[in-house]
Design a protein around this ligand. Structure first.
Ligand SMILES: Nc1ncnc2c1ncn2[C@@H]1O[C@H](COP(=O)(O)OP(=O)(O)OP(=O)(O)O)[C@@H](O)[C@H]1O
Ligand SMILES: [Mg+2]
Length: 318
């Protein structure tokens, strides 16, 4: 456990930070893990309140504790992600909205340090206006990719906390992502929502981002004793098994294990401006997110270099 994670009052630094200049972890994964450039993971479900933000914050914190230089980006106008890091939004501070609307502000100016190895780009409620404004812009699906390109080499992992919709912000996230993780509950209706989400992933994968894969669903607030829950998990396992070898972006998708159990500490932590590893590092929620981050990492295969990616989306490689 690193020192920055031990204080109950630990909060986000209010100055923007260049991870390279900070020396970051000094333990980049490049030697131990064959992935190239950051692994970009979009946490996405168009249904609200399923655990996207809780998972982004705590998987991100778990990666950071494991020594990966991790950037989390809040793409949701509700701005809940920052709460997990103790960040109080200030009216004059640039946010992810500037990434989309203000080309004069460099991405590096938006990045704030939350903990050792952990940085974030905050959101603000005005991001809601961006959806409408972006819809009028040419090339609007690529803005996030273009604007983040210069800072990408500074990180090992980038996590994108998507809003509960399949709108322009989500499409921007899918355009830059290597993989999609779908936080969900083990409920029958979740399966139907999943099919709609996969349709969107397929459209983006075909038109905008050939690398895009679905890692799988992440069961949040899981109650393993519920017989309905058990039946739905089995149905989800069977659903994904049908697509092996299909060539579709979810051909390797699984129900990720472990499930994250319902744990009140996970709900309490953000009100103290803390991740679960600050607030209750020995609770079940911390154990689940630590194990889940490790399980995600184990699944990573080498991805094409970001230079190839930059070419594929028609932007200059940084
Ligand atoms: N494993 C868990 N145990 C208990 N409470 C949880 C757990 N995971 C998330 N929560 C709580 O459930 C609520 C919804 O979680 P969260 O905000 O992460 O969902 P979301 O999908 O990001 O929501 P939105 O779609 O509104 O952005 C929050 O109050 C959160 O604290
Ligand atoms: Mg959220």
């Amino acid at each position: 456990m690193k020192g920055a994670h031990q204080s109950k009052k630990s909060g986000a630094s209010e100055s923007s930070v260049d991870p390279k200049a900070e020396g970051a972890s000094g333990s980049s994964n490049n030697e131990s893990n064959p992935i190239s450039n950051p692994r970009v993971i979009a946490l996405l479900n168009q249904k609200g309140g399923v655990g996207k933000t809780t998972s982004t914050a705590n998987v991100g914190a778990a990666f950071a504790l494991a020594g990966l230089r991790t950037l989390v980006v809040d793409l949701d106008p509700q701005s809940n992600l920052s709460l997990h890091f103790g960040h109080e939004p200030a009216p004059d501070q640039p946010t992810v909205r500037d990434l989309f609307m203000n080309p004069d502000i460099a991405a590096s100016e938006l990045i704030r340090q939350a903990r050792a190895n952990l940085w974030f780009i905050p959101s603000d409620t005005e991001l809601a206006l961006v959806e409408g404004e972006l819809a009028l812009q040419a090339n609007m699906q690529h803005i996030l990719a273009e604007r983040l390109a210069p800072v990408m080499p500074s990180f090992d992992v980038v996590l994108l906390d998507c809003p509960p919709s399949l709108g322009v912000l989500t499409v921007n996230a899918l355009t830059i992502a290597d993989e999609v993780v779908v936080p969900t509950q083990a409920q029958y209706l979740a399966l139907r929502g999943l099919e709609k989400l996969l349709e969107t992933v397929l459209l983006v994968q075909r038109a905008l981002n050939a690398r895009l894969k679905v890692a799988g669903v992440l069961l949040c607030m899981h109650e393993s004793q519920s017989s309905h829950g058990k039946a739905v998990v089995e149905e989800m396992d069977n659903y994904f098994a049908k697509f092996r070898g299909s060539g579709l972006p979810w051909e390797d998708a699984v129900v990720l294990r472990p499930a994250v159990r319902r744990n009140i500490k996970l709900a309490e932590a953000p009100s103290f401006g803390q991740t679960i590893f600050d607030y209750a590092p020995t609770c079940a929620g911390a154990a689940d997110y630590r194990a889940l981050a490790e399980a995600l990492r184990q699944r990573w295969k080498p991805v094409e270099s970001r230079a190839d990616f930059a070419t594929s989306v028609g932007i200059a490689a940084s």
